[in-house]
Design a binder for this molecule. Sequence first.
Ligand code: HEM
Length: 455
Amino acid sequence: MESGPAASFSSVHAVSRASLADTIAFLKDVLVPTLAKGPLIRRRKVVGFAERENIDDKAVLRMQELRRKYGPGPLLLKIPFRAQAVLLSREDVTAVLERSPEPFKAASMEKVAALGHFEPFVVLASHGPARSIRRQLNEQTLETGCQMHSLAAHLSVVITEEMDAVANEATSKGTLDWDTFFIGWFRMVRRIVLGDAAREDAELTDMLQDLRYRGNYAFLRPKDRAKRKTVLKRLHGYVERAQPGSLAARMAAACANPEQKPHHQLPQYLFAFDPGAMASFRTLALLSAHPDAEAQVRQELVATKDESAPRLPLLKACYFEALRLWPTTPAILRETTQRVDWAEGHLDPATHVIIFAPFFHRDDEMLTDAHTFNPSLWADGISRPDLAFFPFSHGTVVCPAADFVPMVATLALRRLVTQMSLRFEQIDRLRPERLPGTLDNYTLSFSAAKGQSAP
Ligand code: HEM
């Protein structure tokens, strides 16, 4: 397929074509396991299996082998009907993300199909002028680029109340497990996103969860249009009610054009706080497995104990490390809007471009200590373009909540670790000298007692 003008690209690399055998190896070791875990909502059993069988480690090894064989340029897979290229170099990843949405659009065919199950007009599935106005609405609501949201003091109260409820339940049982944490986390999320009246509206988030399971199959499953309508209608109601202090109220106030469709943006907010929870729970486990780091974090907490919403750079760096070690967005996807020329070779229009994050995050051929906990990697903030670490993506499609999520997560973690003494019970799952490629958050569990352990 060749149409329209070509976009040239500053990359010095050459485009290569994978053999059929290497394409099958990529599908088997990288793509199929990633899809099996669930792109929009994780399948718990598969995540557990992936940890036991070192599935993500095998995926990284496969990617390293492909790079050795074909060089660092984009690798075109031998797949009929849909041109697909996988990126193998840090420079190409950074350049592709910096050149989105043109000529690398975020709204790839697969993403549009998957997100269409519950949020067809979300910014991530939009392109052109619709993307611009919806992006603007999201940035205004989430105050993208500000480390501290102007609602931080109010949110800190909500976070404290909900995390105290989690701590009370955990200490009365003696255990903090995923379900206790997650149920409390989502009460907090509903209040933050939709307002206090949504605290008990688990029916809404459960319906959304069902639609996300459908979304995992993209175009392979029919849409449940009735349920989607119910979810979107209820979200529309929350936007209209605009409870003070909620993101829905912020969005209602910022909305300047009905085509911005606030109620289609909000499912993303609810859904994306799910990975926010996974990374938070894994951070607790990392701290337990690294007592020196935990002691330093506690010192940071003591030094800021009188502030309602402190910045907590060290705790934030630990959170980013959890996202580096176990990326919650394993693949960032793009689609070329026109032919794109590399130094040698090109990608045709409508080529699907795959950035497999665990490869860059755990690439021990390029990074010493790729498999150990190293918060100092994050001294300068939310991304490392030099290393292609982009847990929140990069460029103009960067997650608009890239500052908001770490703020909420660190305030929640602060409350949990100051209310409870937590001990990770399965310490053999986290050997500091070689952390596992997958960490199944659903089966993590901590012994929990009232009061905090000494720094
Ligand atoms: C740990 C939690 C989260 C992570 C790691 C994360 C990561 C990401 C990534 C990697 C993308 C970009 C995808 C791409 O480049 O194609 C993205 C997009 C987005 N995220 Fe997040 N996210 C998180 C939580 C959230 C939350 C809680 C919200 C809202 C409150 C949110 C709102 C969005 C939106 C609206 C987009 C689409 C941006 C666009 O298309 O311009 N994210 N996120």
